[in-house]
Design a protein around this ligand. Structure first.
Ligand code: RUB
Length: 342
């Protein structure tokens, strides 16, 4: 089989995901789906087999960018599984249609999830956030639109300070924001009514894989009796974890933590920079999705309903797959390869 290199927009999107110009699980999924659409538009394939091969190559290229957010393989799966036809033009239009339906579903899911999450927030509540999650912000935004006044204590989220993005967006929607260093979280938990975070993957056992620091925050919050709410559309459900696969935790560049010169001046040290961690289900009170809220232990029921017992891996020529070949460490999850309604 001839291997064609992905088109420019696919390579650019992949590069932006790797460098985190495009970041956050839902945003990555939407960008990857749109990039597949560009590939479909630009593929000058002579026959259906060549078109399909080009699409799979593009999907693999996108897949290999970041390993932890299952929204990425779920998005790729959603689009590729709906690729059908025995002519190039039919295949192309099926991909373009599914890219559009995927992005529409994504927006609708976030709005629906926001309404469910907003019901948990009362007028006058204070929320503590970690990292930047569009799903979490959707809950706050909907609550504000319902007329509730909310305050937020926003963890800066080292090393990349995604908390600054959260702070800016919350200010824009009229929330009072207090920014804190990550290590101050426990000190402020007494002032907080909810911890509200997003997820990159949710494993079949209800474990939540999210930005590094989430698990420590959840343990402290449980110690203080503060409820921990995870906002995660079903795109974040990791179907491969149903069959025992684990979720790979991305290790990022050491230079995100410390400049080379400073490091050399310290001496012979190891530097580790895991981007995500795993919060066990016992520390999570509710997983808020567009299908309602779930205790983490019951998320597997929803996962089975959405994915069945298996996970197709249509980007692989001979099917090693986007999810199946990833080793997960402590847990795994999430996606949107949904078998489901149109
Ligand atoms: C982002 C992160 C977010 C989830 C959910 O990590 O951990 O909490 O991706 O985001 P990074 P969303 O900045 O390393 O991508 O709710 O927007 O999908």
């Amino acid at each position: 089989m001839t291997s064609v290199s992905p088109c420019e927009p696919v390579r650019e999107t992949a590069s932006d995901i790797s460098s985190m110009e495009i970041r956050g699980a839902a945003t990555i999924a939407a960008a990857a789906a749109r990039a597949l659409g560009e590939q479909a538009r630009r593929t000058d394939a002579a026959d259906p087999a060549a078109f399909e091969a080009a699409m799979r190559t593009a999907a693999r290229h996108l897949y290999e960018t970041r390993p932890t957010a299952v929204s990425l393989p779920n998005a790729l799966r959603y689009v590729l599984r709906r690729m059908e036809g025995n002519r190039v033009e039919t295949l192309r239009s099926s991909v373009l249609d599914s890219v559009e339906s995927f992005t529409t579903r994504l927006d609708r899911a976030q709005a629906d999830l926001g309404a469910v999450g907003a019901n948990r927030l009362r007028d006058g509540d204070t929320v503590m956030t970690h990292c930047h999650s569009t799903d979490a912000i959707a809950c706050i935004q909907t609550a504000v639109e319902q007329g509730k006044t909310l305050s937020a204590i926003v963890k800066e989220t080292r090393p990349r300070n995604q908390g600054h993005i959260t702070a800016r967006e919350l200010v824009e929607i009229g929330v009072d924001v207090t920014l804190i260093v990550d290590s101050a979280a426990r000190r402020y938990l007494n002032d907080v009514d909810h911890v509200l975070v997003g997820a990159d993957s949710i494993a079949a056992d209800g474990s939540v894989i999210n930005k590094i620091g989430t698990s420590g925050l959840a343990v402290s919050a449980r110690d203080r009796g503060t409820p921990i709410m995870v906002a995660a559309q079903t795109l974040k459900l990791h179907p491969a974890t149903m069959t025992g696969h684990t979720v790979e935790i991305e290790q990022r560049e050491e230079t995100e933590l410390i400049e080379t010169e400073t490091r050399q001046s310290i001496g012979d040290i190891e530097v580790r920079n895991p981007a995500f961690d795993v919060t066990p289900p016992r520390y999570v009170d509710a997983i808020v999705t567009e299908r309602g809220q779930f205790p983490p232990e019951s998320i597997v029921v929803l996962m089975r309903e959405l994915f069945g017992d298996g996970v197709a891996e249509p980007w692989a020529d001979d099917d090693p797959g986007l999810n199946g070949d990833r080793t997960v460490h402590d847990s795994d999850t999430a996606s949107d390869g949904h078998r489901e309604e149109p």
